[in-house]
Design a binder for this molecule. Structure first.
Ligand code: ATP
Length: 367
C-alpha cells in the first residue's frame, strides 16, 4: 500500500499521445498511459526502443513533437524541467564530491529556501529510510557504489516530489549490489509510496520492481500489464522474448481443433494448448514460444518435439540448463533434472499447456 504523505499531491500522471521525432525518424510513437498515484511503472525494452526519449520528454529535457502531459489534473508539458518538480535518479548519479552525504541530500532543500530545522528533520528522516544515517558525515568518495546510489535516491525523495523518474539507476553496479539495491528500491517505494516511472532494459528488474510494465518496441507500446499478465500472456513475440521465452520456433500449423494445435517444420513438431492455439488454421505460419523450463528431455513413452544434440550444459542448482542444436541448426534452450553431457543426443518434449502460438501475420514488423 502506498502511504500518501500529508499535504502532498498524489502524483497521478497522464500521458496523452506523447510522441517525439528526430527529423524524419519517429523515436516515440504516440504513447497513452496513466500512472496512478503511488504506482510503480517500469518502461521496458531493448536498446534504442525509445525509453530514454520518453523519459527525457517527460522530464522536459527534450521537447515533445505532439501530445500532452498532465500531472494531478494540471498540464505540465509547457513547463521547464525544474518547474515540473519530478525527482530524478539516473545511472550517473553525479553527487557533489566535496559535500558530505548529509549536505548532498540537503542541497535541494537549501536551494528551495527550506528552513534549517525543517531541513534537518527531512534529511534525517530520508537518511534513515535509505539506511545511511551512519554514513551521513562521509563524502561520496568514501562510499560504496550502492551507498552512493542510495544517496542519489535520498537526494531525489527528500524533495517529496510528486513523481520520481529513474533511468537505469542500477546499471553501473555489479551483479550482487544490483540485486541488493533492487530490493532497497522496492522497500523505499513501499515505505514512501512515491509514484515512480522506472526505465530499464532488464526484464528481471522490471518484473521484480514494478506494479505494471510498459514494453516498448521500436518506439511503440508492445504491451502494458502487470508482471503476471506479461509473463503468462505476452501479446507478441517481442514481449515473449523479453519475458524469457527463449525458444521461438518458426513453424507451420498442421492441425488445429478446440483442444489445441499442432505445428511442425524444421524437423520439429509441437502440440500445444496454450493461449492462441484454438484460433489457428492449418497451413498458417506461426511462431511457437516456449520457455526453457517448459522444454525438457522426453519420457520414453512421450511424444517428442524432436531431437537435438546437447552443446552447452550449465549447472543451476536443482536443474541443468541445456542448449542443444537440432539437425536443422535451430538452438533449443531446455532444462533437465537428470544428467546431461555435451554431445548427448536428446529427445526433447514440450509442456503442451505452456507453448504459445503467435500467428506470423499478427506480428507486424515495421522495419
Ligand atoms: P538505450 O537503452 O540504448 O538508451 P533507448 O531505448 O533509451 O536506448 P532512445 O535513446 O530513446 O532509446 O533512442 C530511441 C531512438 O531514437 C533510437 O533509434 C535512436 O537512435 C534515436 N535517437 C535518440 N536520440 C537521437 C538524437 N538526438 N537524434 C537522432 N536520433 C536519436
Amino acid at each position: 500500500g502506498a502511504a500518501v504523505r500529508p499535504g502532498s499531491q498524489l502524483g497521478e500522471l497522464e500521458l496523452r499521445g506523447i510522441s517525439r521525432a528526430y527529423g524524419a525518424h519517429t523515436a516515440l510513437h504516440p504513447l497513452d498511459l496513466t500512472i496512478r498515484g503511488g504506482e510503480f511503472v517500469a518502461l521496458l525494452g531493448p536498446s534504442g526502443c525509445g525509453k530514454t526519449t520518453a523519459l527525457n520528454s517527460l522530464a522536459g529535457l527534450l521537447p515533445l513533437t505532439a501530445g500532452e502531459i498532465v500531472l494531478d489534473g494540471r498540464r505540465i508539458d509547457t513547463l521547464p524541467p525544474e518547474k515540473r518538480g519530478f525527482g530524478m535518479v539516473f545511472q550517473n548519479y553525479a553527487l557533489f564530491p566535496h559535500l558530505t552525504v548529509r549536505a548532498n541530500v540537503a542541497f535541494g532543500l537549501k536551494m528551495r529556501g527550506v528552513g534549517k530545522a525543517e531541513t534537518v528533520r527531512r534529511v534525517d528522516a530520508v537518511l534513515a529510510l535509505v539506511h545511511l544515517t551512519e554514513q551521513a558525515h562521509k563524502h561520496p568518495g568514501q562510499l560504496s557504489g550502492g551507498q552512493q546510489q542510495r544517496v542519489a535516491i535520498a537526494r531525489a525523495i527528500v524533495m517529496e516530489p510528486p513523481l520520481v523518474l529513474m533511468d537505469e539507476p542500477l546499471s553501473n553496479l555489479d551483479a550482487a549490489l544490483r540485486l541488493e539495491m533492487r530490493s532497497e528500491i522496492r522497500r523505499i517505494h513501499q515505505e514512501f509510496g512515491l509514484t515512480t516511472l522506472y526505465v530499464t532494459h532488464d526484464q528481471e528488474e522490471a518484473l521484480s520492481l514494478a506494479d505494471r510494465l510498459v514494453v516498448l518496441h521500436e518506439g511503440r507500446v508492445s504491451q502494458i500489464g502487470t508482471p503476471a499478465d506479461l509473463y503468462e500472456n505476452p501479446a507478441n513475440t517481442h514481449v515473449a522474448a523479453f519475458m524469457g521465452y527463449r525458444n521461438l520456433l518458426p513453424l507451420t500449423v498442421t492441425g488445429a481443433d478446440a483442444r489445441g494445435a499442432t505445428a511442425s517444420g524444421r524437423g520439429l513438431t509441437v502440440r500445444g494448448a496454450g493461449s492462441g492455439a484454438g484460433k489457428l488454421t492449418p497451413g498458417q505460419s506461426v511462431m511457437v514460444a516456449v520457455r526453457p523450463e517448459d522444454l525438457r528431455i522426453a519420457e520414453t513413452d512421450e511424444q517428442a518435439l524432436g531431437e537435438a544434440v546437447a552443446e552447452v550444459v550449465e549447472y543451476h542448482g536443482r536443474v541443468l540448463h541445456v542448449e542443444a542444436v537440432t539437425r536443422e541448426g535451430d538452438r533449443l534452450h531446455l532444462t533437465s533434472s537428470g544428467q546431461v553431457r555435451p554431445g548427448d543426443v536428446l529427445s526433447v518434449a514440450v509442456d503442451t499447456e505452456r507453448a504459445l502460438f503467435f500467428p506470423q501475420a499478427a506480428v507486424p514488423d515495421p522495419a
